[in-house]
Design a protein around this ligand. Structure first.
Ligand SMILES: [Zn+2]
Length: 125
């Protein structure tokens, strides 16, 4: 398995984001992909959790329009997508290049990185 351990990376998700990579947590004993908050493998009970690069492919679950600016870098209104990664975990991230009216549940989306960090956009058809 090509996974780094949690103890080497601390928070592999955030370390990956800093490198421009989307990482998922995985069990180093059996390879099961875990949700971000899980620290014990639900399949084999191992507490040895590592991180590996995700494909970046996902399915859109829903999109919400945020009408409040929480940071100066992201003024309202902006869109947030809830996605299901190809590997299984769910994730919230900004949604780009799309309008809410054309965002359908189940449509394929892909992760990409820009100056503001991770976001998802529709897969070009
Ligand atoms: Zn396991």
């Amino acid at each position: 398995m090509n996974a780094s351990t949690a103890t080497e990376d601390g928070d592999g998700f955030r370390a990956g984001l800093a490198r421009g990579e989307l990482q998922v947590a995985c069990c180093t004993a059996c390879g099961t992909v875990l949700d971000y908050s899980q620290r014990v493998c639900p399949a084999c009970g191992s507490p040895d959790i590592g991180w590996r690069k995700a494909s970046g492919k996902a399915k859109l679950r829903c999109v919400v329009e945020m009408s409040v600016s929480y940071t100066l870098e992201r003024p309202a209104p902006y869109l947030i997508a809830s996605v299901e990664l190809e590997e299984g975990p769910h994730l919230l991230a900004p949604y780009k290049n799309g309008v809410m009216e054309s965002a359908d549940a189940g449509q394929p989306v892909v992760a990409h990185f820009e100056a503001g960090g991770l976001c998802f956009r529709p897969v070009a058809s």
